[in-house]
Design a binder for this molecule. Sequence first.
Ligand code: GRF
Length: 189
Amino acid sequence: MKRVAIFISGGGSNMVSLVDAMQTGEIDAEPVLVLANSADAGGLEKARARGIKTAVVDHRDYSDRASFETKISQILQDNVVNVICLAGFMRVLTAEFTAQWEGRMLNIHPSLLPKYKGLNTHQRALDAGDSEAGVSVHLVTAELDDGPILGQVAVPILDGDTADDLAARVLLEEHKLYPAVLKTFIKTL
Ligand code: GRF
């Protein structure tokens, strides 16, 4: 059974959706690790409550990205991880790290890629007067938010929407899309 690590930086609601789908057997894979780049990540407690091993590798403890990633790689090796799911992980990974994991590392991004790579995606969609926003799950490559897209869901933008309104509407779709994509992806390995 494939062994999945989930990387988080914040509340981890996407991590919870993935873990729950694996623990119910919906996804034929095992959540073996939740890794955060800060001990303050709210998702760590949610992972522990589900019996998932956690690790914190605080990027501020390392002088450069390479040493930060070396520590992460050691933890991934120790836990015999096969697949990485980035879920609200707010650190940019180096080309070297993404190359090592190419084809085995997924990310969820709150826009209809290739539109709005990077941050503040919902405000940018509102400012552009778009009629819809959405979410994408893609394979991670060296270029940020640019890898092959594995799944997307469009979400309507409604009159009067704020970025927060839109984020909340998109997040509901994220929690369905990421498990659905991972379920299918795992079968290709
Ligand atoms: C989500 O909006 C996701 O699209 C983006 O960061 C947020 C993560 O939220 N990558 P959570 O930590 O999974 O709740």
